[in-house]
Design a protein around this ligand. Structure first.
Ligand code: ADP
Length: 487
């Protein structure tokens, strides 16, 4: 069963939309016409008979009522008037019989009727009325003279124990065959015309509906081949426009990622080539020149070691980010004091930075115990301070602030550099993004902020950057209050 369903789905997915829309439209038309035919041809006779029955029963009620209200109270003329008006309006023959079945009065307006015929079967009808529990009969009868079906209804006047008379009504049942034939012919013509119209209209509609999708698909195929200048034309209707907009957005993103990845390869290979060239050059120097001179040799070895560190930094960043982003790394939260931790990290930077004239100003708040992955948050702080040192201005100052809030601890790292342009701000947290005016002396991989973003997102901490061109930037994140064991 599942296999069949799968096959049907598979087959369905190969049917073009155009054909499907057309098919549904045609099916709809066929159903509408089938219903029309069934109701017109097959039910027409039933409807007609039902109506004739209902009309006869209504006449019977009116007459019995008038008998009770008028005739019995002496208003006989009124009763006879009702009788003749009912008979005239509904084209019915009416007979009132006494309790022995003898005619009392009658309205005979049809040419030939059964109840007023000489060989009438009124006695039989009265017997049937007497035998019926409710004292009412109705049904078709064949008129022996015309051989046509007629409708006979009858009821008792008075009650079963006190029968005062009987009422018989005879109405015609026009044969509907002829009418049906006319309708059939008419329907045939209408059906023919409308089916052709439906065919043409549905073909046109299907084409119109499918057109934007066909057009967008063609553009998407061009995009798949790597043409990022493809335009998506979503004219036609809302869904097509949405699809076109989405694809345009996807195209923009793909193009961005493509450029970024190309930049990355350029950056990484550049970053790799420089230390590798240095490594080779200094190794050769030690081999050929300074091998016997311990002072020179050590100097060269120092350079080799620092270049190796640089290489390791790059590789580590790449590994860290790929691990973070693959989702394989889990958080291992623990409790620690944030002021202490910030101080500790700044202390680590100091030796190196103060040698080069950099100053890190730390403004701690009251010590607060936070609960998060200490190693990863340390890396965030480290990357942000490192960037601030790299990009800060001539005064070589960097400010680190801890601001305790009710719902967490805000950490701000401010520099006095060039700042970041408004449109670049949302890009800098992207992988491999490095501004064009990237200073070569700044050691960076374009991954630092991506790592920051990945870690803070994993923790669900808010983060961001405020920047004024020419004045500097402030990167911030907020360690939310999370209770131990409540994660
Ligand atoms: P990088 O290794 O290039 O510093 P990051 O991911 O850390 O990579 O930063 C991405 C880019 O964001 C940088 O190339 C730089 O243009 C910009 N940026 C980061 N921090 C700062 C800052 N404090 N001031 C100005 N620009 C910054």
């Amino acid at each position: 069963m599942k296999l069949i369903k799968k096959r049907i789905r598979h087959a369905e997915s190969r049917i073009p939309l155009k054909f499907k829309i057309w098919l549904y439209f045609i099916i709809f038309t066929v159903i509408v016409f089938a219903l029309l035919w069934v109701f017109q041809i097959f039910f027409l006779e039933r409807f007609y008979k039902g109506m004739a029955y209902r009309s006869a029963m209504k006449s019977m009620d009116t007459i019995v009522e008038s008998y009770e209200n008028d005739y019995k109270n002496g208003y006989k003329t009124l009763f006879y008037k009702t009788l003749s008006s009912v008979a005239g309006e509904n084209e019915q023959c009416i007979s009132i019989l006494d309790k022995f079945g003898r005619p009392v009065t009658q309205e005979h307006i049809l040419g030939k009727c059964i109840i007023h015929d000489r060989n009438n079967k009124n006695r039989e009808l009265i017997d049937n009325i007497d035998m019926d529990d409710d004292g009412v009969i109705k049904g078709p009868m064949i008129n022996p003279y015309t051989n046509k079906e007629m409708l006979i209804c009858g009821c008792r006047i008075g009650t079963a124990s006190n029968t005062q008379g009987y009422l018989l009504i005879n109405s015609t049942l026009e044969p509907v065959g002829a009418t049906v034939n006319i309708i059939k012919r008419q329907l045939m013509i209408i059906t023919g015309v409308l089916v052709i119209m439906a065919f043409v209209i549905s073909l046109y509609l299907a084409k119109r509906i499918a057109m934007p999708i066909d057009r967008i698909t063609k553009s998407a195929e061009r995009l798949a081949k790597g043409d990022f200048s493809t335009k998506f034309d979503g004219r036609g209707y809302l869904e097509a426009k949405k699809l076109a907009d989405t694809l345009t957005y996807a195209e923009k993103e793909l193009s961005r990622v493509d450029t970024m990845q190309r930049d990355l390869i350029a950056n990484v290979s550049h970053d790799l080539r420089t230390p590798l060239t240095m490594l080779k050059a200094y190794a050769e120097m030690i081999r050929d020149l300074s091998g016997d001179n311990p002072v020179k040799r050590n100097e060269h070895l120092e350079i080799i070691i620092s270049e190796t560190d640089r290489l390791a930094l790059l590789v580590n960043d790449m590994l860290d980010l790929s691990k973070l982003e693959s989702g394989k790394q889990k958080l291992t939260p623990s409790e620690f004091g944030i002021s202490g931790k910030l101080g500790e990290i700044i202390e680590r930077f100091k030796g190196l930075s103060e040698k080069n004239g950099y100053h890190i100003m730390f403004t701690p708040d009251e010590e607060r115990i936070v609960y998060c992955d200490v190693v990863k948050i340390e890396q965030v702080i480290y990357n942000l301070i490192n960037n601030a040192l790299n990009y800060t201005g001539e005064d070589k100052k960097v400010f680190v602030r801890q601001i305790n809030k009710e719902d967490g601890v805000l950490v701000e790292i401010e520099d006095t550099g060039d700042g970041i342009e408004e449109d670049k701000i949302k890009l800098i947290f992207d992988k491999y993004y490095r501004s064009e005016n990237h200073k070569r002396e700044v050691v960076g991989t374009g991954l630092g902020l991506s790592i920051v973003k990945a870690v803070l997102k994993m923790h669900n901490f808010d983060y961001g950057v405020r920047s004024t061109l020419g004045k500097g930037s402030t990167f911030w994140f907020k360690i939310r209050n999370v209770k131990k064991n409540s994660e």
